[in-house]
Ligand binder design. Structure first.
Ligand code: EPZ
Length: 430
C-alpha cells in the first residue's frame, strides 16, 4: 500500500498552481449528460473522484474523450440505460448527482447510493424532498436510489437544511422540468454557482445562484457548450494554510480571491500576512501564530472542508483556540492522530479546545478522510523528524499531485510502498 514518507521541519516556500474545483467538476460532469449535443469541459481535476464518475458515465454509454489530463469532450446522445451500478461509485458522494441529471433528462434514474468520506451521517432527505416536489416518485431500495416521474413540474421548495448536494441535484432536475422552480434556503457555495453557469451556458434559465433563493425556469432541452471549471477553493486554502503551518511563504496561483475571503480573514487573525493580487494570493508566516475561534458554516462562512487544516495551525499557535464544527458531526476523527504528534486538543461533541504548543513530532499516522488526510500531511511537514501517512487514497480523491506540488515548495515528501523505501527516503533526506 502506498504511503507518504515525510521529513518535517522545512518552511514551504515558492509558488503553487491550483487546479479545477473537484466539487464543481463532479456536478458539471454529471450535468453534461443532460444534452445530446457535445460538451467540452476544461480544467477538470485529475483526481480519483472525477475519474470514477467519468468511468461510471462511460458505463452507461456516455462518450468521453479526454484530451490530456484536464480536458474532455463528452457526448451523451447514446446513453443506453438509466441504471448506474458501477461499484466504485458507492465510494464517492457525488454519485447522486447522476440522479438529478438522469431524472431531468430521462425522467428516471436508478443509481447506487453514495458513500464518500466518513465524516458523519450523510442524509439525503432534502434531495428526495426536492425530487418529490418536482413530481418524482423516489424509493431507496437494494442500496440504490430510484427516482421516476411521468412529468417533472416546477415547484416552490424550501430546503430544511442548507445542502450543497440537494441544491445542486434539484437544480439539475428542475432545469428540464415544466414551469418554474424556486429553491429557498439554497446553498451559495462557488460550485453551486459554477454549475448554474454551466447549465445556463447549455441553454438553461437559472437565476439567483449564489444567493439563498434560486429561480429556475424549466426549458425543453439543453444544447452543447464549452466550459472552464473554476479553481478549487479548498485546494487553494490547503496550500495557504500550508504556509502558515510550516512558517513559510507560499504564493497560491490561479485562484478566485473572493472565494477565499473567510480563509484569508482567519489567516490574518492568526498573524499571517496575506497579499492578494488578481488571481493569486501570497501567504507569509514570519511571526508566531496567534489563537482564535472559528465555527464552520455554509458559504460564505468558514468551510467545513478547511476545518482540519485550521485546527492543525491552531495547535501550533500561542494560547487557547476553539474550533466548532457545525456541518458534520464526525469531523474530528483526525484529532487523535494529531495528539500522537504532540498536539494538545480536547474534543467535546462538535467543539475542539486547542491549547497551543511549540512543535509537532513525527509519527506513523493514517488519513481518516480527504481533508483531514491533507491536514495531517501538513502537520507532518511542520513536525520534527520523520512521519509516514497511510490511507492516502483518501487524499488522492480530491488533491491532484498533492505530494508533487508540495515537493515544488521544498517539502521533503515521497511516495513509498515498503519499509525499504522508507529507509531509502531517510538516507536521501538524512
Ligand atoms: C458537499 O457535500 C461536499 N461534497 C463536501 O465536500 C462538503 O464538505 C459539503 O458539501 C459541505 O460544504 C461535494 O461537493 C461532492 P451538504 P454534501 O449536503 O453535498 C445535511 C470534500 O471534502 N444534509 O451540504 O454531501 C448533512 O448531513 C467533501 O470535498 C441533510 O440533513 O454536503 C450535513 O450536515 C467532504 N439532508 C449538511 O446538511 C440532506 O438531504 C451539509 O451537507 C443533505 C444534507
Amino acid at each position: 500500500m502506498e504511503q507518504y514518507a515525510i521529513k518535517g521541519g522545512n518552511p514551504l516556500v515558492g509558488e503553487v498552481e491550483i487546479g479545477g474545483a473537484k466539487n464543481a467538476a463532479l456536478p458539471i460532469l454529471a450535468a453534461s449528460l443532460m444534452t445530446d449535443e457535445t460538451v467540452f469541459i476544461e480544467n477538470i481535476p485529475d483526481v480519483r473522484d472525477t475519474n470514477v464518475l467519468m468511468s461510471a458515465m462511460q458505463d452507461i454509454g456516455v462518450m468521453m474523450k479526454k484530451e490530456g489530463r484536464h480536458k474532455a469532450t463528452i457526448n451523451a446522445a447514446n446513453i443506453n440505460t438509466t441504471v448506474v451500478t458501477n461499484d466504485k461509485l458507492k465510494k464517492i458522494r457525488a454519485s447522486y448527482y447522476l440522479v438529478g441529471a438522469l431524472l431531468g433528462k430521462y425522467k428516471e434514474a436508478d443509481v447506487v447510493l453514495p458513500g464518500g468520506c466518513d465524516i458523519g451521517s450523510r442524509a439525503i432527505d432534502q434531495h428526495i424532498k426536492g425530487f418529490e416536489a418536482l413530481g418524482a416518485e423516489v424509493k431507496i431500495e437494494f442500496g440504490r436510489i430510484r427516482a421516476k416521474a411521468e412529468h417533472l413540474r416546477g415547484n416552490h421548495i424550501y430546503m430544511d437544511v442548507v445542502s450543497v448536494g440537494a441544491t445542486i441535484n434539484v437544480m439539475m432536475a428542475a432545469t428540464l422540468a415544466e414551469g418554474k422552480t424556486i429553491i429557498e434556503n439554497a446553498a451559495k457555495e462557488p460550485h453551486v454557482v459554477d454549475l448554474a453557469n454551466f447549465l445556463n451556458s447549455m441553454g438553461a434559465n437559472i437565476r439567483g445562484a449564489g444567493t439563498d433563493v434560486i429561480r429556475i425556469q424549466g426549458v425543453q432541452r439543453l444544447h452543447g457548450s464549452e466550459y472552464m471549471i473554476i479553481p478549487d477553493q479548498i485546494e487553494a486554502g490547503t496550500f495557504m494554510f500550508a504556509a502558515a503551518i510550516t512558517k513559510g511563504d507560499v504564493t497560491v496561483k490561479n485562484v478566485i480571491t473572493k472565494h477565499l475571503e473567510s480563509i484569508t480573514s482567519k489567516l490574518l487573525e492568526i498573524g499571517c500576512e496575506v497579499k492578494e493580487e488578481d488571481d493569486c494570493v501570497r501567504v507569509v508566516a514570519s511571526k508566531p501564530l496567534k489563537h482564535t475561534q472559528v465555527k464552520t458554516l455554509p458559504y460564505p462562512g468558514f468551510p467545513t472542508d478547511m476545518q482540519p487544516q485550521i485546527t492543525v495551525a491552531l495547535a501550533l499557535s500561542q494560547g487557547t483556540s476553539i474550533v466548532t464544527e457545525s456541518i458534520f458531526e464526525n469531523r474530528f476523527k483526525y484529532v487523535d492522530e494529531l495528539i500522537r504528534m504532540g498536539a494538545n486538543i480536547k474534543v467535546e461533541g462538535n467543539v475542539a479546545v486547542i491549547n497551543g504548543m511549540k512543535k509537532y513530532t513525527g509519527a506513523s499516522i493514517s488519513a481518516p478522510d480527504l481533508r483531514a488526510g491533507a491536514a495531517l500531511v501538513l502537520a507532518a511537514l511542520a513536525a520534527e523528524g520523520y512521519s509516514t501517512v497511510d490511507d492516502i487514497r483518501y487524499i488522492e480523491r480530491g488533491y491532484e499531485d498533492f505530494h508533487i506540488k508540495l515537493q515544488g515548495l521544498g517539502a521533503q515528501i515521497d511516495l513509498i510502498e515498503t519499509e525499504r523505501d522508507f529507509q531509502k527516503f531517510k538516507l536521501k533526506t538524512g
